[in-house]
Design a protein around this ligand. Sequence first.
Ligand code: ZN
Ligand code: ZN
Length: 142
Amino acid sequence: MSVLTPQITSCLCGSVKITANKINPKFSVCHCQTCRTWGGAPFFAVQCGTEVTIEGHEKVKVYESSPWASRGFCSDCGTHLFCQFKASGEYNMPVGLFPNVKNLEMNMQYFSDKQPEYYNFDKKTKEMSEAEILAYFSSEVE
Ligand SMILES: [Zn+2]
Ligand SMILES: [Zn+2]
């Protein structure tokens, strides 16, 4: 089941604008080393199918990360935009690009055997809120 409301998003700098017409709110997490090298952490991705419009193509740099898929990012700000499968043309995009999608649910973990032991979201850690972080950096933002 997909969300049928078109979702419009952009990279951090705004050079690239993306419209995704169909998003599956059941997103996946990929623990493979390629995803963790690309983003520094597991890749949280929503399936967006092929009904995707990208404005600002000239700013999108595409890297062929495997024989079956390529990855795109903004060449100005570095925001990761998509992983596209060559055979189907389907896009997987970072879930973080779509904050307004309702009912997001983590539904699948790929390469689960490759998840290193050093991270686990079940583990209780220290935490900082936005207010605490802004207070911490307050002397630097004035
Ligand atoms: Zn950008
Ligand atoms: Zn992966």
